[in-house]
Design a protein around this ligand. Structure first.
Ligand SMILES: *[C@@H]1O[C@H](CO)[C@@H](O)[C@H](O)[C@H]1NC(C)=O
Ligand SMILES: *[C@@H]1O[C@H](CO)[C@@H](O)[C@H](O)[C@H]1NC(C)=O
Ligand SMILES: *[C@@H]1O[C@H](CO)[C@@H](O)[C@H](O)[C@H]1NC(C)=O
Ligand SMILES: *[C@@H]1O[C@H](CO)[C@@H](O)[C@H](O)[C@H]1NC(C)=O
Ligand SMILES: *[C@@H]1O[C@H](CO)[C@@H](O)[C@H](O)[C@H]1NC(C)=O
Ligand SMILES: [Ca+2]
Length: 446
């Protein structure tokens, strides 16, 4: 395997281009899989979990419900030159019968694009690598495609049969010149616990990433811990689609990197990935999306600088003072703040008020600043717009403009304390700005 290039896409993402060379290797292990239905808990990913145990009762075989034309499919997350399929059938006995014989009238098919987007799926035929009508026995089989086939989605489907489909492991054996773009997702000050399959000392984190990639087709390296203080690179073979959060601990100076198809370990991720066979799990593999995301993010960042003047960081957030009048509706000001990931400023205490006061006093040309509170529910009872919590009383100078004035503004000549005013109009004598409060991204650029 040759590393073509390695570069950091953004702070938390490392991208590597790989050109595989050399012999056949299994490109299916740990890739996202899906099936026509789930026979809970024999989820689709068990067909590529790297465990070949042919006794389904041990929990390493996938299984669909009994249904017409059952299928299972793996997304290799890239176009590969596929030469062979190794299939490990079930080898246990149920009600006196080898369950293996259920697998019959089956097709192993390869697609370049996701066949589930085709209207008459699953009645669509890809390029057939192998087909067999007779029941397949209890064993591990190698099927060589008649010619090498280029594709990304590899499926097995039983046609004209109402049956349960189950396999214990499927290897997709691919040849050189399969170019892939891979990403590592980096988690700062975090370590994966457990025993690495190897630990090596290298110069930096990038070399560690490359080392992991070079050992991907042999050791199925998918993740590593980079320990800055000792330059040690701890290599792991784990399924990146499983929720590893229980095995992550906080360790300053250690970076956990996982070859990754989604960002972060969101709560509930495990259930989505394992529990729902027909969601578009494999779309997570579309690496170029992350580039599009990065582009979008940088667009937002620069657009923000055209609209606002930005404060320093205060308690993991910044304040953004609009350079223009808010449009006549305060909702539009709020919507603009929300677009950039925040909300109209919500002043919680004196410290925050003082910080904001010092910030806004660096600018001039306005007298009122719209912030994020309203008394529209109960006159003179000011609550934050995002969560209805009461605004601290020190902030508001009472001014009873009644139901025509349900928005809160900081006003210059009373030391930027807050007064009520209309949510819909601005006045030439009182040039107005609005103030967003936006949490800082947790992106870390180390
Ligand atoms: C697929 O083919 C089967 C049998 O020929 C038919 O009953 C079914 O309606 C077809 N499904 C779709 C989505 O075309
Ligand atoms: C299938 O082929 C691969 C690669 O040529 C080989 O490593 C493997 O042992 C074969 N499996 C079986 C069951 O013969
Ligand atoms: C399925 O059955 C239909 C109708 O009996 C037949 O036309 C078709 O060739 C069969 N398909 C397969 C793949 O056996
Ligand atoms: C506010 O932002 C504008 C536009 O980016 C910039 O020209 C101006 O200098 C900024 N003002 C201050 C005081 O930083
Ligand atoms: C409501 O928002 C304020 C200001 O953003 C915050 O201080 C407070 O903790 C929030 N209250 C609740 C219940 O979320
Ligand atoms: Ca398995």
């Amino acid at each position: 395997m040759v590393i073509l290039s390695t570069y950091i896409v953004c702070c938390s993402l490392v991208m590597v281009k790989v050109l595989a060379t050399g012999g056949l290797y299994n490109a299916a292990r740990f890739k996202p899989a899906t099936q026509s239905s789930d026979y809970d808990p024999f989820y689709a990913y068990l067909g590529v979990d790297g465990n070949y145990d042919p006794n389904a009762m041990n929990g390493h075989c996938q299984q669909t419900k009994e249904e017409p034309n059952p299928w299972w499919m793996v997304d290799l997350c890239g176009q590969f030159v596929i030469e062979k399929i190794q299939l490990t059938n079930r080898q246990d006995v149920y009600a006196g019968q080898q369950t293996a014989y259920r697998l019959r009238n089956f097709y192993i098919e390869i697609f370049k694009t996701d066949p589930r987007h085709v209207a008459n799926f699953p009645n669509v035929t890809g390029q057939v690598c192998y087909q067999q009508s007779d029941p397949l026995g209890p064993d591990t089989f190698n099927f060589t495609c008649p010619v090498p086939i280029v594709g990304r989605y590899v499926g097995i489907i039983m046609r004209n049969v109402t049956e349960i489909l189950h396999i214990c492991e499927l290897e997709v054996l691919v040849r050189s010149f399969s170019a892939e773009e891979l990403y590592f997702n980096k988690v700062v000050d975090t370590k994966l616990t457990g025993t690495p399959f190897d630990t090596v000392n290298v110069d930096d984190q990038m070399v560690c990433a490359q080392t992991c990639l070079l050992r991907r087709s042999t050791d199925f390296c998918t993740a590593f811990n980079w320990v800055t203080s000792t330059n040690s690179c701890q290599l792991f073979s784990v399924n990146p689609f499983l929720d590893l959060s229980a095995n992550l601990i906080s360790v300053p100076g250690t970076y956990f990197n996982i070859q990754n198809l989604f960002i972060g370990f969101e709560p509930g991720m495990k259930e989505i990935l394992l529990g729902e066979s027909t969601t578009n799990v494999q779309e997570l593999c579309d690496a170029p999306k992350y580039r599009r995301l990065e582009i979008l993010k940088s667009r937002l960042d620069s657009s923000k600088l055209w609209l606002f003047n930005r404060s320093d960081v205060y308690k993991e957030r910044r304040y953004y003072l609009s350079q223009q009048e808010p449009t006549c509706r305060s909702e539009e000001a709020m919507a603009t703040c929300v677009l950039y990931g925040g909300y109209l400023a919500e002043i919680e205490d004196l410290d925050e008020f003082n910080f904001i006061k010092i910030f806004v006093q660096k600018f001039s040309g306005f007298r009122l600043i719209l912030i994020g509170a309203t008394d529209n529910a109960e006159e003179e009872v000011w609550r934050y717009r995002t969560n209805n919590t009461l605004v601290p009383s020190f902030l508001v100078e009472s001014r009873k403009w009644g139901t025509l004035a349900n928005c809160l503004y900081l006003l210059d000549h009373i030391g930027w304390l807050a007064v009520d005013d209309s949510c819909y109009y601005t006045y030439p004598l009182f040039p107005t700005r609005y103030l967003c409060e936006i949490p800082e991204d947790d992106a870390d650029c180390n």
